[in-house]
Design a protein around this ligand. Structure first.
Ligand code: HEC
Ligand code: HEC
Length: 222
């Protein structure tokens, strides 16, 4: 069972690597204007995602700065088309053209990642459990390490696998629960659904807390 599952995952991952989402080039300057001033139809993105794209840990608004442009553009398009459901986010992007989505994505991807300010209240044993899941998985329950797909240090791989390192734990937890209860299902090949549905609520807390403590900067030497 375990071996079958890992073969499935590997096949899924390989398929994503060889069929990258095709996307046009975005213009970060045009994106900056939309993010900071909006298009006149609603709150500008910075009202929730912050002037530096750092998001908001307490409110659970994700950090967008430094995420991959292709990943961001896909999420904006998914909200736009209703493939990703969020009553808070959808109205912000539902009138954007594909080019505007690309421009915004290019802008956020170009921003430096703000230093995390979140003070973790997680216990040492929670963080240890989170680290084990992130790096070694929990094979007894057929859960692969997050880093299998999200890359070394969970700093993201290409446009399919977003960086999790340094993301707000409140947001990570919320997304894992959204996959568990079927609210989020825009992941290619249900790769994340298969992982999330195997996690216990204790594991969700632990891995979210651990990922939030990780550095978002690429490792200097490994
Ligand atoms: C009222 C607050 C609010 C505003 C304004 C807002 N967002 Fe969001 N954004 C959220 C929340 C909440 C989420 C998480 C929603 C979910 O669970 O899917 C989110 C998620 C996202 C994501 C997904 C990030 C990820 O890591 O998958 C993107 C991309 C995004 N927003 C872009 C934008 C852009 C672009 C704008 C401006 C056009 C914008 N947001 C305006 C609250 C906001
Ligand atoms: C088999 C590959 C795979 C594995 C293993 C995996 N993920 Fe993912 N994950 C994905 C993909 C693909 C996405 C992007 C989905 C999309 O395009 O919306 C994703 C997205 C996410 C997101 C949403 C990020 C955001 O910015 O909205 C979170 C949170 C997440 N994964 C957590 C985890 C955790 C925690 C683990 C380990 C317990 C894990 N993932 C293991 C494939 C994987």
């Amino acid at each position: 069972m375990t071996r079958q599952f890992s073969r499935l995952l590997l096949a899924g991952c390989t398929a994503l690597f060889i069929t990258p989402l095709s996307h046009a080039q975005g213009d970060p300057d045009a994106g900056a204007q939309l993010v900071n001033q909006g298009d006149g139809s609603g709150a500008p993105c910075m009202a929730c995602h912050g002037p530096d794209g750092g998001g908001n840990a307490v409110a659970g608004f994700p950090r967008l700065a430094g995420l991959d442009a292709g990943y961001l553009a896909k999420q904006i398009q998914d909200y736009n088309s209703g493939r990703r459901v969020s009553p808070v986010m959808q109205p912000n992007v539902d009138n954007f053209s594909e080019q505007q989505a690309q421009d915004i994505a290019a802008y956020y991807a170009s921003l430096p990642v703000p230093a995390s300010t979140a003070a973790s209240s997680a216990s040492e044993s929670q963080l240890a459990m989170g680290k084990k899941l992130a790096e070694e998985g929990d094979w007894d329950n057929s859960i692969p390490p997050c880093s299998t797909c999200h890359g070394p240090g969970n700093r993201g791989v290409g446009d399919a696998f977003p960086a999790l390192a340094g993301q707000h734990p409140s947001y990570i937890k919320q997304q894992l629960e959204a996959w568990q209860n079927g609210q989020r299902k825009n992941d290619p090949n249900q790769l994340m659904t298969a992982v999330a549905e195997r996690l216990s609520s204790e594991q969700v807390e632990a891995v979210a807390a651990y990922l939030g403590t990780l550095s978002t900067q690429p490792a200097k030497a490994q």
